[in-house]
Design a protein. Structure first.
Lengths: 419, 540
């Protein structure tokens, strides 16, 4: 099939790569008409390699909107959750083109409930499908290909069979498709994020209690994870979840619940707990230093909202910086990928020192806070920590370290939900 | 004939006349007997007076050297002579750069700037309790001027509540018996609660006993005092030494000056709860409104000078028409504490009977001030106003516009606007009926009505209309009453800035406290009634 992919989200990259690899003719169309190589948008190395390869072989092409052929079989809207207006504009432009309808139109962006219907209203002769974005940063390709089943929101059988043909190379069995009306699929997508967020906030809420009554939350986590009804995913105590899409989903779902007149405040609480959790390490520092943080130097490792991404959307780094700055502390920050985004967001300021080298950040620091579980942070050079810090205090935002071992190396240790 | 005698003669004549007559004789009465200053219109045409009376009253004020006294007020002279203090609440709303009083302004703004910095930190969600949690509840502990002013204004300006990053709730606690405090504490978390201890002298027993309870409540939740005190208590007082001794750290102390009376202090750091509620920019608007009235009061001719007119009308009603009670009736639910506030301002200031020359006063001084939000009072005491045997003068207060653009987006906006106009029309209807009585009734054959349905009317009132109730206009309104009170004190030759009448009771209470709790205390020195009551208390 001839397929156009709109957008430069990670999903757009993954689908372009996978569809091209499956033998489809893929045209990646940048609706913003930026003169950039498609693959440059992505940090994911594997994905990058695949995209370059497909471009070289010729299955994948970059193309201006105005140069698109009119005999395209399927248009795939892979825009970000915040690009609703752009999506509408694209649909309007398509509507003005001389295309023989109906065509297959796929929306992947999470614009909330009725987001797809909004586009459908503009291109109302076409066959519309909503495929939820299930790509996770850091595991881009495998998060799509390893899925056992695929949720498809579409309103007629004929459309479904077109989707099955499109994705046959990746999902060959008919039972791999869970088909439902578009609105149901949109609500399901949000519900998945809501559930995952709830698990994280639940374990974090327990962590607060565990700490107060002298229980180690890691034991609790291990017991819960061992129960096959629960499992261990999304059950890590720490400084909360972040990320653009995930956070957006939860906020959208919260609004949908409120709009429908729901009285439950569960999701608001999930969000609230998470927001407070993001500055947990600040509170630990505050209590440790009795509220005297003025002029202190605080080292932070990790700004990305999780490992293997440069994204700082809704990351704990922001509330941490705001809180520390409000008290007059100076921050020395290291992150293997996200320093550039931090620099462009906050600009140059005296109380923020960006360190390219991990151990530069700890120089003369009164404390080290680890926010992101990058692999390179897992094993510590204790000698450097003890020698170069002004005060040897380690705050472990992801419970990555062994408290007793750290203490034996001469550092004070503070984790999440443990003593 | 002396001025006073002439006024009595005019009053004798006026008592024979009905407001209805005055209006029918004088077509231009509203135009002649109303004054506008910026966004406030003061209509006193429904007062039982005419130009002749007004001229005579102004003459009386001049004879009392009102202009000299206004100059004295706006100077650093110690006009509160019984306490040897100046009374410079006007200095609290000086602009940052003031030609005449730069030193004073610098001193005042230094404290205000510190307060604004604190307010902004709290609003940013960056003010922390001892555990690092963000403060979300602020409890103002204070009484009298440290309570009524901030509470009245915070309520009145509820529509201007500053939107904060994290929710911020304000609570006011004043009563000595702790009942308000225990109510409030039930719903709060120690970790996220900040207390403001507000006391000019920092020795007010009501406030300190509440503060002590708050301290114990915190220590039950937060452990060691030495750590939490500095994060959970703000002190506002003239006495840094006493705040320090109580345990408030210097950087959490905000100072005022002994030249501010408690009931005139909402413009200073005592107004912290107001600034927390409406934000720094709006707090500045409140000050600006009051400053505008300060200028008006000093510069306007007495005939156009609203506070002077308010005071003279008050004196006319009390001393010459013998109307000894005055009702304040705001037609806006947001002003529900305005009457309580005025009760303190007027009655604590002018409830005096000794002149500045230590002679007894020659005339009645402050009337009984009372009142309630108008529409509610209509279902309570208006019966007495319309058909009772007491003469009562009234102030009607109402904003013209309500519900701004933002609120208009509410689904029920139209219905709310309708309600506002309903209140406004009631305000006009009531003052009309009070003034004109039966003459205000339309299309009704009075002869057919039984006498118990008749209205005699002739109850005088003023109406204060403001464009809308917002920080600037509220600042104006309060300052108008402050200066009215001052003018009356000049007319009566009394000191409005002391309050010796409230001191002694506190001392007697102090000596009774130990007697109450000791069963074998010696009661012989007490009067029979007090003795009997104490024995009953001990018995139960």
């Amino acid at each position: 099939m001839k397929i156009v992919v709109f957008g430069k989200t990670l999903y757009a990259g993954v689908m372009s790569a996978l569809l091209a690899e499956s033998g489809h003719q893929v045209y990646w169309c940048d609706h913003l008409a930026e003169d950039l190589n498609f693959e440059d948008h992505f940090e994911d190395h594997l994905l990058k390699v695949m995209l370059i390869k497909q471009k070289r072989i010729g299955f994948l092409r970059q193309c201006d909107f105005d140069c698109l052929d009119t005999d395209i079989d399927a248009y795939w809207f892979c825009l970000g959750a915040y690009e609703e207006q752009q999506a509408i504009r694209l649909a309007q432009r398509l509507q003005q083109r001389h295309i023989i309808h109906p065509k297959l139109m796929i929306n992947t962006a999470t614009f909330g409930l009725y987001g797809t219907a909004q586009l459908q209203d503009i291109l109302n002769q076409d066959e519309w499908v909503y495929l939820p974005d299930n790509i996770r940063e850091g595991k881009a390709l495998s998060s799509f290909t390893d899925a056992e089943q695929l949720v498809v929101g579409c309103d007629c059988q004929q459309t479904l069979s077109k989707v099955q043909e499109l994705l046959r190379a990746l999902f060959p069995q008919p039972q791999q498709y869970i088909c439902m009306p578009i609105l149901d699929a949109e609500f399901s997508k949000l519900s998945v994020s809501g559930m995952l967020g709830a698990r994280i906030s639940f374990i974090n809420d327990l962590a607060t209690v565990a700490e107060k009554i002298g229980v180690d939350i890691q034991h609790v986590r291990a017991s819960m994870a061992a129960d096959p009804r629960i499992g261990g995913n999304y059950l890590f105590p720490g400084i909360g979840f972040g990320g653009e899409n995930f956070s957006h989903d939860i906020l959208t779902l919260t609004r949908a619940v409120a709009d429908a007149g729901g009285r439950s405040r569960l999701l608001e609480q999930v969000w609230q707990i998470n927001e407070e959790q993001k500055e947990l390490l600040f509170r630990k520092l505050w209590a440790y230093f009795h509220g005297e943080l003025n002029g202190k130097t605080i080292a932070i490792w990790g700004a990305a909202y999780k490992e293997n991404t440069a994204s700082i959307h809704q990351s704990a780094i922001h509330p941490m910086l705001a809180a520390l700055w409000a008290q007059g502390a100076v921050i020395r920050l290291h992150d293997p990928a996200a320093l550039q985004s931090i620099a462009s967001m906050y600009g140059e300021r005296e109380d923020l020192i960006l360190c390219e080298q991990q151990y530069d950040a700890i120089s003369d620091a009164h404390a080290l806070c680890v926010l992101t579980p990058w692999r390179q942070y897992w094993s510590l050079d204790y000698r450097q920590l003890v020698n170069r810090m002004q005060h040897p205090l380690l705050l472990d935002g992801r419970n990555m370290y062994h408290p007793e071992y750290v203490k034996n190396q001469g550092l004070a240790y503070i984790g999440v939900g443990r003593q | 004939m002396s001025q006073q005698q002439r006024l009595h003669a005019l009053a004798q004549d006026m008592r024979q006349r009905h407001l209805y007559e005055l209006f029918s004789q004088e077509q231009q009465r509203f135009e002649r007997l109303s004054v506008q200053h910026e966004q406030i219109i003061f209509d006193f045409s429904k007062q039982r007076l005419n130009d002749e009376v007004l001229d005579e009253l102004i003459g009386f004020a001049k004879a009392k050297q009102l202009d000299t006294w206004i100059e004295r007020l706006f100077s650093q002279q110690k006009i509160n002579y019984t306490e040897q203090r100046a009374a410079m609440h006007w200095a609290l709303r000086l602009p940052e750069y003031s030609e005449r009083h730069q030193d004073l302004s610098t001193e005042v703004h230094a404290q205000l700037q510190r307060m604004f910095a604190l307010v902004e930190q709290i609003h940013a969600g960056q003010y922390r309790g001892v555990t690092g949690q963000v403060i979300q509840d602020v409890v103002n502990i204070g009484v009298g001027g440290s309570d009524l002013g901030p509470m009245m204004v915070s309520h009145a300006l509820a529509d201007f509540k500053h939107q904060t990053a994290k929710g911020l709730r304000l609570h006011f606690v004043s009563t000595m018996d702790g009942s308000q405090l225990s109510d409030v504490l039930q719903h709060l978390r120690p970790e996220t609660t900040l207390f403001i201890v507000s006391s000019k002298s920092f020795s007010t027993i009501d406030t300190l006993s509440n503060a002590q309870t708050a301290r114990l409540w915190l220590s039950a939740g937060l452990g060691e005092q030495s750590l939490f005190l500095k994060h959970h208590f703000i002190g506002i007082s003239t006495r840094a030494d006493k705040m320090t001794a109580w345990g408030i750290t210097p950087d959490k102390q905000f100072l005022l000056w002994d030249w501010v009376g408690g009931r005139y202090s909402l413009w200073s750091c005592i107004g912290l709860p107001i600034a927390l509620s409406i934000g720094v920019a709006q707090f500045k608007r409140l000050l600006a409104g009051a400053y505008s009235v300060d200028q008006h009061f000093q510069l306007a001719d007495f005939r156009q000078n609203i506070p002077v007119l308010m005071a003279l009308i008050g004196m006319w009603n009390i001393n010459f028409l013998q109307i000894n009670t005055h009702a304040v009736l705001p037609y806006d639910g947001r002003l529900k504490y305005f009457t309580s506030y005025l009760q303190q301002l007027e009655m604590e200031s002018n409830g005096k009977s000794i002149q500045r020359n230590h002679q007894p006063v020659e005339m009645h001084t402050c009337p009984i001030i009372w009142g309630e939000v108008g529409p509610n009072a209509q279902h309570a005491f208006y019966q007495l106003l319309h058909q009772g045997t007491n003469r009562v003068s009234c102030d009607f207060i109402a904003p013209i516009h309500r519900y701004d653009q933002q609120q208009l987006q509410l689904e029920n906006a139209n219905s709310l606007i309708e309600q506002h106009y309903l209140a406004l029309s009631n305000c006009l209807a009531q003052s009309r009926l009070l003034a004109f009585g039966n003459h205000a009734l339309e299309n009704e054959d009075l002869d057919q009505l039984p006498v118990y349905q008749h209205y005699s009317g002739n109850q005088p009132s003023s109406t204060m209309l403001m464009k809308s109730l917002e920080p600037y206009s509220l600042g104006m309104l309060i300052a108008l009453y402050e200066h009215k009170v001052f003018v009356q004190s000049v007319l009566w030759n009394i000191n409005p800035f002391d309050q010796w009448g409230v001191e002694k009771g506190k001392q007697i209470a102090k000596s009774l406290l130990p007697v109450l709790t000791h069963t074998h205390a010696d009661l012989s020195h007490l009067d029979a009634s007090t003795r009997g009551l104490i024995q009953s208390i001990q018995m139960f």
